[in-house]
Design a protein around this ligand. Structure first.
Ligand SMILES: Cc1ncc(COP(=O)(O)O)c(C=O)c1O
Length: 498
């Protein structure tokens, strides 16, 4: 029997052996790189990287995949930002679960598109099982449904689109002239909420910011007052967005109390659990999401606390019928009356990757408890790091973490041996830039309560307290250096302050 030869252009003339050899060699290149990485990025300046990338003549192909992968290793792998390195503590990115990586390879190789059943068969059924599984974990009830999306931004957009159309459908009479649809969210909500409002044609001012309590969580009394204010102005409360895991502080709005206010006003409750959604599989902290079961829609980003490669997110809805607001029947694709489970009927996208496969394989290989334990490990580490920074007089820390972010500022010891609090704000941007330039560690910065803060987002279950301490030392050295304070060996400084 002759060997079957794939016939697409990319494989023309290639055997299955060649196909396997390319994939194996690529994995070898990847493993070789992973073996030698010791820092989150190379530290090569942007200008040099621009020259490096610019030097490639895209109209002069190398002629074979092995050479192209070798070149790619030089351009991309050598200078990538590696989230699995302990020195990476910046944004909401995670190292990836190995089963997920293996699954992503399969999804790309098969090139499934989960828009219609006739392009995907079991892939659609597997995605639908995972939607039901996640909705079940959230307790959304028997009519729940949803779809995988490209990320929290898209999930939030789709949820608010459904909220808008459902609100308009449910109004007893057409929206009176001049009346506006309003979204209520706290100032800590993700910017994709106001961006969605603009994209949905609601206007930049459609989001009414609800005051938070002292702990930066939405204040239910203030929400009640804001909702009443919207109605008194002749406008309509279209949706309330509660955040379960704010980007900067990881705070979880009081979901049950917010749900009560939504019920009073007949408003759609969207819970943005892009970050905190991984608590759904936590054995120790699931209770932090109590009340999520009352949401009309929920965003969960698997590419954050579930350790999945980008992209992997879902938007879930309590009532699957509301997904009809994004349904369009095309004769060539999903004609009206077709009984197949076509996910395009539920999605903003048409062609769509089988991103659910990686979560599926991760669950089958490791199980939900292992994912939840890994997330809990990150949250425990954040608590320890917060305590460590809090115990060091040269650092000012923000409040104790709810999830895995820690906000802090370096207050250096000046040449006179005194703490220099005034330098702290000025140093935030400089320290972040300095570390990024050098590549040993990458931290984030943000502004909370009107002041700049350095931010650790700890989403690496393999990182230890000692790893983070090393980053803290680098922060300290960068700060001192920026102020022209001579470098002091860390040990000596510890003794001075003891
Ligand atoms: C609370 C929250 N919602 C939504 C998003 C947007 O998610 P994505 O970057 O996957 O679009 C983020 C991103 O950090 C987030 O923290």
């Amino acid at each position: 029997m002759t060997e079957h030869t794939p016939t697409t252009h990319l494989f023309s003339g290639a055997t299955v052996d060649h196909y396997a050899a390319v994939v194996t060699a690529t994995l070898g290149t990847l493993a070789d790189r992973v073996r030698v990485i010791r820092r989150p990025r190379s530290g090569v300046p942007q200008h040099d990287l621009e020259e490096l990338v610019g030097s490639v003549d895209l109209d002069a192909p190398l002629g074979d995949t092995f050479s192209a992968i070798k070149e790619t290793s030089r351009l991309y792998l050598e200078h990538a930002v590696w989230f699995h390195e302990a020195g990476y503590v910046a944004h909401l990115n995670c190292p990836v679960a190995i089963p997920a990586l293996a699954a992503d390879l399969l999804a790309s190789a098969v090139n499934t598109s989960v828009d219609t059943y006739d392009q995907s068969t079991t892939a659609t059924l597997m995605e639908r099982r995972l939607v039901a599984w996640t909705a079940g974990r959230a307790g959304l009830g028997p009519a729940a449904d949803g779809v995988f999306t490209s990320g929290g931004t898209q999930s939030n957009l789709q949820a608010l689109l459904l909220a808008r159309d459902e609100t308009l459908t449910r109004l007893p009479s057409p929206l009176p002239a001049g009346a506006r649809l309003r979204i209520l969210a706290s100032g800590q909500s993700h910017f994709s909420v106001s961006k969605s409002a603009r994209l949905l044609g609601l206007g930049a001012d459609a989001v009414v910011l609800v005051p938070t309590d002292a702990d930066h969580r939405m204040d239910p009394a203030a929400l009640r007052e804001a909702a009443a204010g919207v109605r008194a102005a002749g406008d309509v409360v279209m949706a309330v967005v509660a955040t379960a895991g704010t980007t900067d502080l990881g705070r979880i709005d009081p979901l049950a109390a917010v749900a009560d206010v939504c019920a009073e006003h007949g408003a759609w409750l969207h819970v943005d659990a892009a970050y905190g959604g991984a608590l759904l599989v936590s054995r120790r902290r699931r209770h932090l999401l109590d009340g999520i079961e009352r949401a009309d829609s929920v965003t969960v980003d698997f590419h954050k606390g579930f350790f999945q490669p980008v992209a992997c997110s879902a938007v879930l809805v309590r009532d699957g019928a509301t997904l009809r607001h994004v349904t369009h029947h095309a004769a060539y694709l999903n004609p009206r009356g077709e009984r197949a489970p076509n996910q395009v009927d539920r999605s903003l996208q048409t062609t769509r990757r089988f991103d659910a496969l990686k979560l599926w394989v991760t669950l089958r290989a490791m199980g939900a408890d292992a994912i939840g334990d890994a997330f809990d490990t990150c949250l425990d580490l954040a608590t320890q790091v917060h305590a460590d920074l809090g115990a060091d007089p040269r650092f000012e820390v923000h409040s104790a973490p709810t999830l895995s972010t820690v906000l802090f500022r370096y207050r250096p010891v000046g040449p006179d041996g005194r703490l220099d609090p005034a330098a702290a704000d000025r140093l935030v941007a400089g320290i972040r830039e300095r570390l990024f330039e050098e590549g040993e560690a990458i931290v984030a910065r943000t502004v909370v309560d009107g002041r700049p803060w350095l931010k650790f987002t700890l989403l690496n279950p393999g990182s230890t307290r000692a790893d983070v301490r090393t980053v803290v030392d680098l922060v300290r050295e960068a700060g001192d250096d920026l102020l022209g304070i001579p470098a002091t060996p860390v040990r000596a400084r510890e003794e001075v302050l003891a």
